[in-house]
Design a protein around this ligand. Sequence first.
Ligand SMILES: [Zn+2]
Length: 488
Amino acid sequence: MPAKPLLDRLDAEAEAFSRDLTREYYLNGAGLKEDLSIVPIFERHTRLFTKKMIAALDAAPHDDERWPPLRAFVVEGYLENAAKSLSETIAARETSDAATWDGKEAPYRALPVLIANEADADRRHAIDGLRIEMTAAQNPLREERWDALHAEARALGYADYVALCGDVGRLALDDLAAPLEAFLWDGEATYRSRLRRYLGDIGVAPAAADRSDLAYLFRSPQFDSRFPPERLLPSLRETLAALDIDLDQQAGVRLDVEARPQKSPRAFCAAIVVPSEIMLVINPHGGQDDYAALFHEAGHTEHFAHADPSLPFAARGLGDNSVTEAFAFAMEHLMYDADWLRQRLDWRDAADFVAFKRFYKLFIVRRYAAKLLYELELHRSDDPRSKSKRYADLLTTFLGVRFNPADHLFDVDDGFYCARYLRAWAFEAQLRRHLETDFGKQWFLSAEAGARLKRLWSMGQRRPVEELARETGYAGLDFGPLFDELRT
Ligand SMILES: [Zn+2]
């Protein structure tokens, strides 16, 4: 079969599949449909995710710009499909498992919320103990799933899962790990001293601290009253208006603000058709998490809503997810800005909050950097079971609180998504520095900065963050600006 028709056909079918799948996730997440039925959608598109399709793509010329993202889509879908029944079994266990706490049934998936809201350290550690026990009991399923995915990677001709992800996702994983590992070691003393101070604020001695204490620390309810639910949407509308974007006039954006009992408590963006049907779903409760989620998801929404509709789907809806994550982080980052907090939330002395958010960012970047180092080892090893202690050692060393070996497979996303986030944070810091240089510290009040963003957004995800960094005046993707920010 000639190459063009194959890619034409695949581009169209990938779009149809993605539209159906995203619509299903939207309906379920918005509380409009009780069940989530993914299997029939995969069944309608079975020929997409086969070895035959991978072979057809490999035989086609690789010089068409749609080839790399479409091949990634097919290979990732093939792996997802191969692990589908185990993924479903694991999800079912996570949904049905429950512990007893305070004489009441506490579902497994509700435990993180209980932990983050438990002010008493002993009780917090006890709930986390229950979570770890259940996680450990589920782990044989996760081990089986990773065995299967690792075997599939080798069957596709790769040395291991790391090689597959690096090739298919165009991620130079080892090159990425080197500066991050150096940053972890160099920044150790600064991080530890801030950690000690913040743990002191919640009355926890560093030597006794574990992961659950950080969940409580970062929940930080003392700031919630500064983020009232009634200012949530107006603050977004005003922020976008300053960038010359009228949220209510955007043809492709649909705001879903209606309250429904089954609606996801967390804001999300569902890019059903890019750029003409982008759902921004919110369920306002107030608090800083609500704002962080809304602004993050609004970043995804604006990015996809401004994509050039004449681009192939491979460039509008597939490609490097670090691109959309970087735009999402850039919007979320407004909460780190004292001027923005004053303008939109009338908060005149936000210095403590800004310092706290900066510590959180330092933590989360360190956490993902440590995860990347761990996942490189996990996915190169023949036996995922053997890496649990290594997981706990690496995370405990670099984050300064105890991590449990039983989380060594739960705390892993498919396809090195941790690398997508890390690249996104690097580019986001470069992008913000670029906007500040051209439009001033308060770039978010400039219609011209909005125009600059719209031009970048119009490219969809056609170009990876390395190329967008060059587009904005850098030699390439560079962690320098991010590390500079985190050090101060
Ligand atoms: Zn995101």
